[in-house]
Design a binder for this molecule. Structure first.
Ligand code: FES
Length: 125
Protein backbone atom coordinates (compact mmCIF):
# COMPACT_ATOMS: atom_id res chain seq x y z
CA UNK A 1 0.00 0.00 0.00
CA UNK A 2 0.99 3.57 0.32
CA UNK A 3 -0.07 4.49 -3.20
CA UNK A 4 -3.64 5.07 -2.04
CA UNK A 5 -5.03 1.98 -3.64
CA UNK A 6 -7.03 -0.38 -1.52
CA UNK A 7 -9.54 -3.15 -1.67
CA UNK A 8 -13.14 -3.33 -0.56
CA UNK A 9 -14.91 -6.61 -0.04
CA UNK A 10 -18.66 -6.16 -0.25
CA UNK A 11 -20.64 -8.91 1.46
CA UNK A 12 -23.87 -8.98 -0.47
CA UNK A 13 -27.31 -9.81 0.96
CA UNK A 14 -27.13 -13.32 -0.50
CA UNK A 15 -23.82 -13.92 1.26
CA UNK A 16 -21.68 -13.65 -1.87
CA UNK A 17 -18.55 -11.55 -1.80
CA UNK A 18 -17.62 -8.95 -4.37
CA UNK A 19 -14.10 -7.61 -4.21
CA UNK A 20 -13.37 -4.26 -5.80
CA UNK A 21 -10.21 -2.24 -6.10
CA UNK A 22 -10.37 1.46 -5.48
CA UNK A 23 -8.05 4.41 -5.23
CA UNK A 24 -8.40 7.02 -2.52
CA UNK A 25 -9.03 10.61 -3.49
CA UNK A 26 -10.60 9.83 -6.83
CA UNK A 27 -13.10 12.19 -8.36
CA UNK A 28 -16.74 11.25 -8.38
CA UNK A 29 -17.04 7.91 -10.13
CA UNK A 30 -20.73 7.23 -10.40
CA UNK A 31 -22.12 10.63 -9.50
CA UNK A 32 -23.89 9.27 -6.44
CA UNK A 33 -23.00 10.22 -2.90
CA UNK A 34 -19.84 11.95 -1.84
CA UNK A 35 -16.96 11.46 -4.30
CA UNK A 36 -15.07 8.33 -3.34
CA UNK A 37 -17.78 7.20 -0.92
CA UNK A 38 -18.64 3.53 -0.56
CA UNK A 39 -21.79 4.13 -2.60
CA UNK A 40 -19.87 5.95 -5.30
CA UNK A 41 -17.30 3.18 -5.57
CA UNK A 42 -19.88 0.37 -5.44
CA UNK A 43 -22.17 1.79 -8.11
CA UNK A 44 -19.27 2.58 -10.41
CA UNK A 45 -18.33 -1.11 -10.29
CA UNK A 46 -21.81 -2.49 -10.83
CA UNK A 47 -22.55 -3.33 -7.22
CA UNK A 48 -26.10 -2.41 -6.33
CA UNK A 49 -26.69 -0.60 -3.08
CA UNK A 50 -30.01 1.11 -2.51
CA UNK A 51 -29.80 4.89 -2.73
CA UNK A 52 -33.34 6.20 -2.82
CA UNK A 53 -32.38 9.83 -2.27
CA UNK A 54 -29.58 9.71 -4.81
CA UNK A 55 -26.84 9.98 -2.22
CA UNK A 56 -27.63 13.18 -0.39
CA UNK A 57 -27.97 11.79 3.13
CA UNK A 58 -31.74 11.99 3.20
CA UNK A 59 -33.17 8.47 3.01
CA UNK A 60 -31.08 5.96 4.99
CA UNK A 61 -31.57 3.21 2.39
CA UNK A 62 -27.84 3.07 1.62
CA UNK A 63 -27.17 1.80 5.14
CA UNK A 64 -24.21 -0.59 5.22
CA UNK A 65 -22.18 -2.19 8.01
CA UNK A 66 -18.45 -1.56 7.91
CA UNK A 67 -17.05 -4.77 9.37
CA UNK A 68 -13.41 -3.95 8.83
CA UNK A 69 -11.43 -0.81 8.10
CA UNK A 70 -13.83 1.63 9.71
CA UNK A 71 -10.92 3.58 11.17
CA UNK A 72 -9.89 4.65 7.70
CA UNK A 73 -13.32 6.11 6.93
CA UNK A 74 -14.42 9.69 7.28
CA UNK A 75 -16.19 10.15 10.61
CA UNK A 76 -19.97 10.50 10.35
CA UNK A 77 -21.31 14.03 10.35
CA UNK A 78 -24.24 14.87 12.54
CA UNK A 79 -26.70 14.66 9.67
CA UNK A 80 -25.50 11.15 8.86
CA UNK A 81 -26.03 10.10 12.46
CA UNK A 82 -29.50 11.63 12.48
CA UNK A 83 -30.37 9.80 9.29
CA UNK A 84 -29.00 6.50 10.62
CA UNK A 85 -31.12 6.90 13.72
CA UNK A 86 -34.12 6.35 11.48
CA UNK A 87 -32.66 3.39 9.61
CA UNK A 88 -33.68 -0.17 10.27
CA UNK A 89 -31.35 -2.59 12.05
CA UNK A 90 -28.60 -0.12 12.87
CA UNK A 91 -25.44 -1.46 14.51
CA UNK A 92 -22.47 0.40 16.03
CA UNK A 93 -20.62 -0.20 12.75
CA UNK A 94 -23.41 1.15 10.59
CA UNK A 95 -22.74 3.89 8.08
CA UNK A 96 -24.48 5.52 5.19
CA UNK A 97 -22.66 4.32 2.11
CA UNK A 98 -23.20 7.67 0.38
CA UNK A 99 -21.46 9.59 3.16
CA UNK A 100 -18.69 7.22 4.19
CA UNK A 101 -15.42 8.01 2.41
CA UNK A 102 -12.47 5.70 3.05
CA UNK A 103 -9.02 7.28 2.93
CA UNK A 104 -7.38 4.25 1.35
CA UNK A 105 -5.03 3.35 4.20
CA UNK A 106 -6.83 0.09 4.97
CA UNK A 107 -8.74 -2.59 3.14
CA UNK A 108 -12.41 -2.69 3.99
CA UNK A 109 -15.06 -5.27 4.51
CA UNK A 110 -18.55 -3.90 4.05
CA UNK A 111 -21.78 -5.78 4.57
CA UNK A 112 -24.80 -4.83 2.51
CA UNK A 113 -27.67 -5.80 4.80
CA UNK A 114 -30.42 -8.08 3.56
CA UNK A 115 -33.12 -5.51 4.24
CA UNK A 116 -31.43 -3.30 1.67
CA UNK A 117 -32.38 -5.84 -0.98
CA UNK A 118 -35.87 -6.27 0.43
CA UNK A 119 -36.50 -2.56 0.25
CA UNK A 120 -35.39 -2.55 -3.35
CA UNK A 121 -37.82 -5.35 -4.13
CA UNK A 122 -40.75 -3.67 -2.48
CA UNK A 123 -40.11 -0.42 -4.22
CA UNK A 124 -39.64 -2.06 -7.56
CA UNK A 125 -43.01 -3.79 -7.18
FE1 FES B 1 -29.97 8.30 0.69
FE2 FES B 1 -27.44 7.60 1.29
S1 FES B 1 -28.51 7.34 -0.56
S2 FES B 1 -28.93 8.51 2.57
Amino acid sequence: MGDGSFQITFIMPDGSRRVVHAAAGEDALSGHGRPGSLLDIALSQGIEIEHACGGVCACGTCHVIVRRGADSCSPPAEEEEDCLDEAYGVTPQSRLACQCVPDGTEDLEVEVPAWNRNLARERGG
